[in-house]
Design a protein around this ligand. Structure first.
Ligand code: ZN
Ligand code: ZN
Length: 290
C-alpha cells in the first residue's frame, strides 16, 4: 500500500474521476463541483492524519480541531446555499466534538450535522485504518462494515483482479469507506434473497446483465440526457427491495473499469430521484444527502 501511495492515492484518484464525470454529467455539475472542492480538503486531512496518527482516544478531538474548521470554511465558500447558511449557524452554536461523537456513536443526526461529521471524519478513519475504526459504535454482521460497524453506502461489482470470494460483489461503508464482500441478489438492508422481491432498475443498454428480476423503465426519466440512444449510466443501476423498501446504487466496474464507486454513486442523481419516486429510500444517504 505504501509504495503506491506516493504517486497516487485514494483522494487523487477520486479528484480525477470527479473531473471526468463533471465533463460527462452536466446535470450533476453543482454536486460534483462541490464534491471536488471537498475532496481537496479531505485529501489534506488524510495526509495529515497519516503522519500525525492520533490514537483512538484522541480521534474525536483531533477531527474537531484539525479537520472540521477546514470542512466548514470550504462549505461556507463553495457549498450549496442551504448548506452554506446552515453550517455556519450550526457551528456557532454547537461544539464540533458533539457532532463527531454522535456520528461515531451511530446516533440519529440531522442532515447538516451528519454532513459535517461525515465529511470530516472519513478521511481520518481512512488514513488510520481498521484499528481505530474498530472503536466506532455499530453492529458487526454481514450487513454492516466489518471495520467500523457503519451502514453500506453503495454496492459494486469488482473487476476480476479483486478478491472474488463473494461472487465479486462488494458493499462500501458510509462511515470509513472500507469495503466488504456481500452475496449478489441479496438485499444489503434486510437480507431478503428472493429475486422476485428484489427489483433492479436500469436503462436499456446497461451493460451489466443479471439473473433475477429486472425492471427497466428509466428511459423516460433520462430522455434529455441520452445521446445517440446510448445509456447515460451504462454501469450504474438501482438495486431495490420490496421487503424493506430500501435501495442502493450498484456500480459495475466491469462495465466501466475507470469508475470509482464512491464518486460515480454521487453523480448518479437521476437514479436516486427515480428510486425515490418509486417509494424506495436509500439504506443511508450519501455525503451529499441523496
Ligand atoms: Zn466502516
Ligand atoms: Zn430489504
Amino acid at each position: 500500500m505504501a509504495q503506491t501511495a506516493v504517486a497516487t492515492g485514494p483522494y487523487t484518484d477520486r479528484r480525477a474521476r470527479t473531473r471526468d464525470l463533471r465533463a460527462r454529467y452536466l446535470f450533476a455539475g453543482e454536486v460534483l463541483d462541490f464534491y471536488g472542492a471537498l475532496l481537496g480538503v479531505q485529501e489534506q486531512a488524510y495526509a495529515e492524519a497519516q503522519s500525525a496518527r492520533p490514537g483512538a482516544l484522541d480521534l474525536i478531538a483531533y477531527v474537531a480541531e484539525n479537520v472540521v474548521p477546514a470542512v466548514v470554511d470550504m462549505t461556507v465558500a463553495a457549498g450549496p446555499l442551504k448548506l452554506r447558511e446552515g453550517v455556519a449557524d450550526r457551528l456557532n452554536s454547537t461544539d464540533p466534538r458533539e457532532l463527531i461523537a454522535a456520528w461515531i456513536g451511530g446516533e440519529e443526526q440531522g442532515a447538516l450535522d451528519r454532513y459535517v461529521a461525515r465529511a470530516s471524519l472519513s478521511p481520518v478513519l481512512e488514513a488510520l485504518g481498521a484499528e481505530v475504526a474498530a472503536t466506532c459504535t455499530g453492529v458487526r454482521d454481514e450487513r454492516h462494515c466489518p471495520s467500523c460497524g457503519g451502514l453500506p453506502q453503495l454496492s459494486y461489482f469488482a473487476v476480476a483482479s479483486e478478491d472474488l470470494a463473494a461472487g465479486g460483489r462488494f458493499l462500501g461503508c458510509a462511515r470509513c469507506h472500507a469495503t466488504w464482500g456481500y452475496a449478489r441478489m441479496t438485499c444489503p438492508g434486510c437480507g431478503e434473497d428472493s429475486s422476485s422481491r428484489l427489483p433492479i432498475f436500469n436503462e436499456e443498454g446497461n451493460a451489466s446483465g443479471e439473473r433475477g428480476s429486472l425492471v427497466r423503465g428509466l428511459e423516460g426519466r433520462l430522455g434529455d440526457h441520452r445521446k445517440d440512444n446510448k445509456a447515460v449510466f451504462p454501469h450504474v443501476r438501482i438495486e431495490a427491495c420490496e421487503t424493506c423498501r430500501h435501495y442502493l446504487l450498484n456500480i459495475d466496474l466491469l462495465a466501466d473499469p475507470a469508475a470509482i464507486p464512491i464518486v460515480d454513486e454521487l453523480a448518479a442523481l437521476p437514479l436516486d430521484l427515480y428510486a425515490r419516486e418509486k417509494g424506495f429510500s436509500k439504506i443511508t444517504p450519501n455525503l451529499m444527502g441523496f
